[in-house]
Design a protein around this ligand. Sequence first.
Ligand code: ATP
Ligand code: MG
Length: 469
Amino acid sequence: MAGFAELGLSSWLVEQCRQLGLKQPTPVQLGCVPAILEGRDCLGCAKTGSGKTAAFVLPILQKLSEDPYGVFCLVLTPTRELAYQIAEQFRVLGRPLGLKDCIVVGGMDMVAQALELSRKPHVVIATPGRLADHLRSSSTFSLKKIRFLVLDEADRLLEQGCTDFTADLEAILGAVPARRQTLLFSATLTDTLRELQGLATNRPFFWEAQAPARTVEQLDQRYVLVPERVKDAYLVHLLQRFQDAHEDWAVVVFTSTCKTCQVLCMMLRKLGFPAVALHSMMKQKERFAALAKFKSSIYRILIATDVASRGLDIPTVQLVINHNTPGLPKIYIHRVGRTARAGRQGQAVTLVTQYDIHLVHAIEEQIGKRLEDLQVEEAEVLEILTQVNVVRRECEIKLEAAHFGEKKEVNKRKQLILEGKDPDLEAKRKAELAKIRRKNQRFKEHVQQTLGHRGPPKPPPRAEGEGEA
Ligand SMILES: Nc1ncnc2c1ncn2[C@@H]1O[C@H](COP(=O)(O)OP(=O)(O)OP(=O)(O)O)[C@@H](O)[C@H]1O
Ligand SMILES: [Mg+2]
């Protein structure tokens, strides 16, 4: 198998890889590094934890060392924590170059960022919203000469999810040169392939891992069918069981909303678990602190919304619990990908209510694998049920008294007024839409309950192997 030197990288970069403990390139690195060094655009689709970051960082550093200037490269990523993580990889691997990087994300001091940008860093790592704000408000820096544009988690940046990046992306794409190399990476590129191909037109090289499943083999994937009202008791039971069985342990629990995330964290702490929350309604400094404490094992449980579902690389995580079944298979793929990284073992457990069974079917179809039923001692769960539910209710009351969520509402109203919309009218429209959605959902569930039995999952449609886009 080829080493890093055979990929066309200079000896100083090969030495950096060795020092970092990277012995052999992973398949995505083997495929993409030579193509990027050749000057081609690249679309890299490889499983979670397979080393996509180094697949773009290494060739960019190689090219930067041949012709160093700032701003040489712009990396866009959907979340702030991920921006810091990518910057760290650039810093570690690019140390011999004296690499100057600049992180431009929301929630941090904008003036300090503007100053750093004006000093022409080699690499800018940014979330789209804040970078677009800088482009609109200042002329102290230019992206007109960048050689590389990277979109990590590219499909997320292009899709219109709960955070819609499209307007900000448009502003950024208008500020970068047309003649550039564009590198797009994600574990789930295929859904937005058409849009992505529009961005990467310079002899694009498409790389996709050849494998029967979309999740890694080392991941043990389970589900537990639970009634909604005993979900929290199951969560507590699973955590207790895991804690009892392991000396050194780390678990990520994913939840659907910031409020649930906060309530569950309070509840688990009250029940004596070392839990910490991470969601978008926390101040940025609190978010960083929470993640740092989880990474250094001060807290063993990270309760997070999907703000933590993509890209985060915390090798110690052995278990991912989905407190809610993800509504989209690709969200599931990224969430469970927070464990079993870089060849390690890991387990994922999804709590499924009777209303979520169709979601599990969709996940199984996408990942090309059946989730196994996890055996749980129901009697043990029932024993703690009342206590858990009482504590949860107490925490909910406490949170409501603290007016959790009100600030977000005020900000939302302000934003709507700035956009020339009537907040009350918008709220009414939204409520009507939600009503229609609920009605459709009930109808869908009714049809599924009448017709459906769990059938074997179909293999997912795949365009296998490496090749041209
Ligand atoms: N060649 C290699 N050999 C061993 N470990 C590696 C190699 N390349 C990267 N790694 C390690 O693998 C881990 C995962 O890498 P990375 O975060 O780049 O994954 P990813 O493919 O971007 O995953 P995700 O889809 O979740 O973002 C990191 O800890 C990284 O240091
Ligand atoms: Mg990544």
